[in-house]
Design a protein around this ligand. Structure first.
Ligand SMILES: *Cc1c(COP(=O)(O)O)cnc(C)c1O
Length: 418
């Protein structure tokens, strides 16, 4: 259980009335018998939340958005005026981000970058490339020499996490494909020293995701600070930049418990003072925590049935649109909104058209038992045509889903603006 949580209206997600209104808008634009399946995004809420995140940071910090959490053009356009830059985790994202926002500072990370992608990043003159291995470093040095072009790099490092409490998703502190082993740092610095076009701007760490605990995250950042200072000393480096990654989580089991960002920022300011790093730029690159609460996935209830003693609610859509519950292996938080059919039902009513105070498993339309969004949930009242609204579906949701499986139509994408 996280020790430091708070509730901020901007982070709790979209409210019922606004979703109901958005559903009415979607229905108004469609054929009369259309059954709803949609992602609904609250861009106003997203902007307020992002402003709150950036404003709370100490002065020497920067906040980038990790676009892989959700690269929707409208999401990027909402965040572009608020955040300091975008992080790309692939050549595809780099091209997309540059095409959408040529003015935004871009950073480029991720393992296994293609030579063509490195070349493109150099040509674009992006803010920094995060180097993941010695091979990548040599390739970059060769490319820069060949082009006679310079390039700012950060070395992504995988360090030991001894004494640091781990989350359920760690990218380092153990054998992983991410980052350069601390043992190879000397070799990396030798390669850079021999490559005049490469500028080592700083170090990059992103070792944990799904962080729900403020104190644990501060302990991780303190370790990054200590490591950064030690390496600067040991290798006589004068570096002005430290990227501390992303990884702030969302508690899907208790979504009203929100990571206490103001408390984290207060602790961060103290750490920066103690480590005397006020002159170093501390850069964040967060994804999930920025966009998760801004989106929901809405499915209209198509069928309700009892099978071998258990109730199932079958709704329009499924994990091919919204893989998050399957990917995380969790029961996704949801609420029920009354459908328009409650008011104007023309279907013959049977005993199986409604549930009252029952336990049911919520599933989609796929022909696989894995298409489950939440298992054995208490349902207060539900009937055919109602809407299941899965909240916190704004990050790692649509864009991580296997959309082509079964050739179902895609969901409607609806954006609530002011
Ligand atoms: C995915 C990723 C992020 C963002 O992680 P979140 O948990 O969504 O904040 C940041 N940096 C790197 C290198 C990543 O791979």
């Amino acid at each position: 259980m996280p020790t430091n949580t708070q509730t901020s209206p901007a982070q709790v997600g979209i409210n019922r009335a606004r979703i109901a209104q958005a559903i009415d808008t979607i229905l108004a634009g469609q054929a009369p018998d259309t059954q709803v399946c949609a992602y609904i995004y609250d861009l106003q809420g997203l902007e307020a939340h992002a402003r709150h995140l950036v404003a709370a940071l100490p002065d020497n910090c920067e906040f980038y958005y990790a676009a892989k959490a959700n690269p929707e053009a409208r999401i990027l356009a909402t965040l572009a005026p608020v955040v300091h830059g975008f992080e790309a985790a692939s050549g595809g994202e780099l091209d997309w981000l540059h095409a959408c926002h040529p003015e935004m500072p871009l950073i480029f990370g991720g393992p296994g970058k293609l030579i063509s992608e490195l070349s493109r990043a150099i040509d674009l003159g992006i803010e920094a490339i995060h180097v993941e291995s010695l091979t990548e470093l040599r390739r970059l040095a060769a490319l820069c020499a060949q082009k006679q072009a310079s390039c700012r790099i950060l070395l992504r490092m995988n360090i030991s996490l001894e004494g640091i409490a781990q989350t359920r998703l760690t990218m380092g502190g153990k054998p992983t494909p991410f980052g350069i082993d601390a043992e190879d740092l000397g070799a990396a610095i030798d390669i850079i020293a021999a490559a005049p076009q490469l500028t080592l701007a700083g170090f990059h760490f992103h070792l944990m995701s799904h962080q729900l605990d403020v104190q644990r995250h501060l302990a991780l950042i303190a370790l990054y600070f200590a490591t950064f200072k030690r390496w600067c000393r040991e290798y006589c480096l004068d570096l002005g930049l430290l990227n501390v990654g992303g990884g702030i989580g969302v508690d899907y089991a208790n979504p009203e418990q929100v990571f206490d960002w103001p408390a984290f920022c207060a602790g961060l300011a103290r750490l920066i003072e103690e480590a005397q790093l006020t002159g170093v730029k501390i850069r964040f690159e967060c994804g999930r925590f920025v966009t998760a609460a801004a989106g929901c996935y809405v499915m209209e209830v198509l069928d309700i049935k009892k099978n071998h003693g258990e109730w199932f609610v079958i709704a329009h859509g499924g994990t091919h649109h919204f893989r998050t519950p399957a990917a995380q292996n969790h029961d996704h938080p949801f609420m029920v909104l009354p459908g328009v059919r409650r008011r104007q039902s023309t279907e013959t009513e049977g005993d199986d058209t409604r549930l009252v105070r029952q336990q049911a498993t919520l599933v989609g339309q796929l022909c696989t038992p894995k298409d489950v969004l939440a298992r054995r949930q208490h349902i207060e009242a539900l009937q055919l045509g109602d809407y299941l609204v899965f909240t916190h579906a704004g990050a790692y949701a649509w864009n991580i889903s296997h959309q082509h499986f079964l050739m179902h139509a895609p969901p409607v994408m609806h954006f609530i603006e002011s």
